[in-house]
Design a binder for this molecule. Structure first.
Ligand code: SAH
Length: 456
């Protein structure tokens, strides 16, 4: 191959990577091109070359793919938040379905896959109930709110402060925050120098309650003139129910600090999924797409197919959202989660909703479950797991095999580790009965999947 850095060449995109980058081949050499779509013929410019593959930049679309649409957001390409805005939503759903299918086939070694159609959104915009805007300083020295460009930490200002995946109110909340900073000369944080005060604005909305949360993450112990900010936020024609500060003085890319200083309200907002009400504090994990969360949990419930008396384990339970859904149809539910604060929320939420048949354990699933099994010979009719991207620990899977529940319901945010874990369970006495992807993150390459396995 005689292409050098910055050389331009024409290439047809034939495939798409995990994260939605276009893949094409030229003389047997593989090119990854961000923002290029399957079916596009493009002009590309070489950026970085490895032995067997390289990365190129999309210069110009010469012949657009059938699914190519114009991005709604003017910074869709530069911003790291969206990967698929230029692909028609129906095509995005197909891409995600294929991704799950291929993982189950290639990694999971499955021959026949009982795939059910992906659950997409009717309106794939403004679905996020949470946004974390990094705050920085613009070229004119004034504070700006933005998002990081893909893979880097350079700040792309949000056009008109309005990200189309977030709720309409964010724009006005950000406007008030930035104007306040400008007027009172409050500095934005600079990551490189580890100086300046305001790092991030965390904004959340309860979609069913319409309550809004504002939490400013600061590199300091206090925000000067905080009462002015509170007064201005409360004047907005919307229900700002909680205002707080999160202290984060560390040199880190972790967004939130652990100390919360309350400025207004009870320290949390409330929201409902289905008929269950949740308390959400600034540090709580809570699914970001409430419309699809209800469908995701609904699918998990349908797959668990409970009749009333079952004993169910909900591993990686977070604030106990799936647990409380399950509890309405089970005899007893046990939840396990590694973050103690999440379990505090889980217990408070169960009490708030009058759910009595749940019990929560703090700890690693791969430690709590074996311990309970060996010490107390605990039992399970159904085990639900919803692990982070890396999937289940092998000790956890081995304990599930020992406990031999009739059904395992696997909720997954990464279908490659789902496929790996399914393979192991299937080699040891289980078979996959149902699989259904759910699109929780339109415009991104991510997809959630629910799978049900039965003991043979
Ligand atoms: N089921 C919940 C949360 C899923 S996210 C919901 O739908 O809201 C995955 C959760 O697993 C996170 O809350 C994370 O803190 C937790 N976690 C990560 N590793 C864990 C482990 N080894 N054992 C138990 N929980 C873990």
């Amino acid at each position: 191959m005689d292409i050098k850095k910055n050389d331009k060449f024409v290439i047809t995109i034939e495939d798409m990577s995990e994260d939605g980058a276009g893949i094409g081949k030229l003389d047997g050499y593989i090119w990854f091109v961000k923002d290029a779509l399957i079916g596009d013929v493009i002009e590309a410019s070489a950026m970085k070359m490895k032995k067997n593959y390289g990365f190129a930049r999309l210069v110009k679309v010469l012949e657009p793919a059938p699914g190519r649409v114009e991005a709604k957001c003017p910074v869709a390409r530069a911003c790291g938040g969206c990967q698929m805005q230029e692909l028609d939503y129906a095509e995005q759903l197909k891409f995600k379905e294929n991704k799950v299918y291929n993982h189950l086939k290639r990694i999971g070694g499955m021959e026949e896959i009982p795939m059910e159609p992906i659950i997409g959104m009717e309106d794939p915009w403004r679905y996020r109930n949470k946004a974390q805007f990094p705050i920085g300083t613009g070229k004119d020295g004034q504070p700006i709110a933005g998002f990081y460009a893909g893979r880097t930490h350079s700040l792309i200002p949000v056009p008109e402060l309005d990200c189309l995946l977030g709720c309409e109110e964010n724009k006005d909340l950000l406007r008030v925050i930035l104007d306040f900073m400008k007027e009172f000369k409050i500095s934005a944080y600079d990551e490189n120098l580890h100086k300046g005060l305001v790092r991030h604005a965390l904004l959340r909305k309860g979609f069913s309650s319409n309550e809004l949360m504002v939490c400013l993450v600061i590199n300091g112990n206090k925000l000067p003139y905080a009462e002015q900010l509170v007064e201005r936020l409360l004047k907005l024609p919307m229900n700002v129910a909680s205002i707080s500060l999160s202290v984060n003085k560390e040199k880190t890319n972790v967004i939130m600090g652990t100390e919360i200083i309350n400025l207004y309200g009870p320290g949390y907002i409330t929201d409902k999924i289905g008929n269950i009400e949740y308390r959400i504090s600034p540090l709580s994990f809570y699914q970001v797409n409430p419309v699809q969360t209800e469908r995701l949990y609904g699918t998990a419930m349908e797959f668990a197919d409970l009749s009333g008396g079952e004993t169910v384990w909900d591993l990686y339970c977070g604030i106990g959202t799936i647990s409380s859904f399950l509890a309405q149809k089970a005899g007893k539910v046990y939840g396990v989660e590694i973050i103690p604060e999440a379990i505090d929320d889980a217990r408070a939420n169960a009490e708030r909703n009058g759910i009595k048949n749940v019990e929560f354990f703090v700890g690693k699933a791969e430690e709590v479950l074996p311990e309970q099994y060996e010490k107390n010979q605990v039992y399970a009719d159904v085990i639900v797991v919803d692990p982070p991207r890396k999937g289940c620990d092998s000790v956890c899977l081995d304990t599930i095999l020992k406990m031999a529940p009739k059904k395992v319901v696997y909720v997954s945010c990464d279908s490659s580790t789902l496929a790996r874990d399914i393979k192991y369970l299937c080699e040891n006495g289980y078979e996959v009965k149902r699989v259904r992807p759910v699109d929780m993150f339109p415009m991104s390459g991510h997809v959630e999947t629910v799978a049900r396995l039965d003991r043979k």
